[in-house]
Design a protein around this ligand. Structure first.
Ligand code: SF4
Ligand code: SF4
Length: 319
């Protein structure tokens, strides 16, 4: 069957050249290259609802070694304890962050619906993007939290830095994001890790550790030694005790996220304070000397305090 070429343009990514594949899929024209394709995939991912997007070469160090209870019980497609195998044709990953609502998360550690809404967005964005890539004739698997560690992948993809609270700290939303991924055979141009000044800032700030009701975040210096079974050895960071964290969730009757609410990087990216926060972030990226002052000012201005507004009425937004 002769190859049939057509161009398709859309709101999402401008013109992309396709060749119809005999199997029914679409393969990219030879005129595409990874850098060009990366721009288009980024635009499509954002159009689908991702707030931040980056690419990496797949690093199997960030993958779990074996399928665990949770995945087996929920999806029943693997045997517990069976090794996780990733076919060698999956050489790249698209890492995406989805924002959680600022106002809704201010309830924390009371129940915040924004987490579950973000999980739903993750599923829509990652599965839609994977389908888009499959339509191009490449392999793609959408991933939420299963199979691989999201945070190191997001750090490698330049979405942000690792904070004291063990979470990804992004420039625009701070730690107020959830992360999803698509692993793919589509060649992409990898992004690079970024330096926003987060790690230096965390050295002068301990609001997450001060606030954590589960005592799961450390005040101590960074270390490459594990705190307990929750941590691997050999990565310089502030280890977080996942067992204590989860224990507090169980006691609390819902999840928590107090370490997200109080983080000075968690700011609404709108309103009259927007430009002031941008200036502070710009300064933090260039010098450390004002970091302690910024932490004190953040507390003085009352940022990070719990605020429980009545639940919004039908049709109201609480983002
Ligand atoms: S989610 Fe809550 S309990 Fe867990 S580390 Fe953050 S503040 Fe602590
Ligand atoms: S609250 Fe402070 S110490 Fe904790 S992650 Fe945010 S900036 Fe770092």
């Amino acid at each position: 069957m002769p190859a049939r070429h057509r161009s398709r343009s859309g709101e999402a990514g401008g013109a992309i050249l396709f060749t119809r594949h005999t199997s029914g899929g679409l393969i990219l024209s030879k005129r595409s290259n990874p850098a060009e394709m990366s721009k288009k995939v980024k635009r499509v991912a954002k159009w689908l609802g991702a707030d931040l997007v980056g690419f990496i070469k797949l690093n199997l160090d960030w993958f779990y070694s074996h399928w665990g209870t949770h995945t087996v019980e929920r999806y029943g497609v693997h045997e517990e304890g069976a090794p996780i195998e990733v076919h060698e044709e999956y050489k790249w990953a698209i890492v995406m962050a989805v924002e959680m609502g600022y106002e809704n998360l201010r309830r924390s550690p009371a129940n915040c619906a924004t987490r579950d809404i973000a999980y739903s967005h993750m599923a829509i964005v990652s599965s839609s993007l994977a389908e888009f890539i499959r339509e191009l004739g490449y392999k793609a698997i959408p991933l939420g939290n299963e199979m691989a560690l999201s945070i190191p992948m997001a750090v490698d993809a330049g979405l942000g830095e690792l904070g004291r609270n063990g979470l990804l700290i992004t420039e625009k939303f701070g730690p107020r994001v959830r992360i999803c991924k698509v692993i793919t055979s589509l060649p992409l141009a990898p992004d690079k890790p970024i330096d926003l000044g987060v790690q230096a800032f965390c050295e002068k700030c301990s609001r997450c550790a001060d606030t954590c009701p589960g005592r799961a975040v450390k005040h101590a210096e960074r270390t490459d030694k594990p705190w307990n079974i929750c941590n691997n050895e050999g990565v310089l960071r502030w280890p977080v005790d996942g067992v204590k964290c989860l224990g507090w969730w169980a006691k609390n009757g819902t999840w928590c996220a107090a370490c997200i609410r109080v983080c000075p990087w968690n700011k609404p990216d709108k309103g009259w304070l927007l430009w002031l926060h941008k200036l502070v972030r710009w300064t933090i990226a260039r010098t450390r000397i004002l970091n302690r002052l910024f932490v004190i000012m953040d507390e003085l201005f009352g940022f990070g305090k719990q605020r429980i507004k009545p639940f919004p009425q039908l049709g109201e937004s609480e983002r």
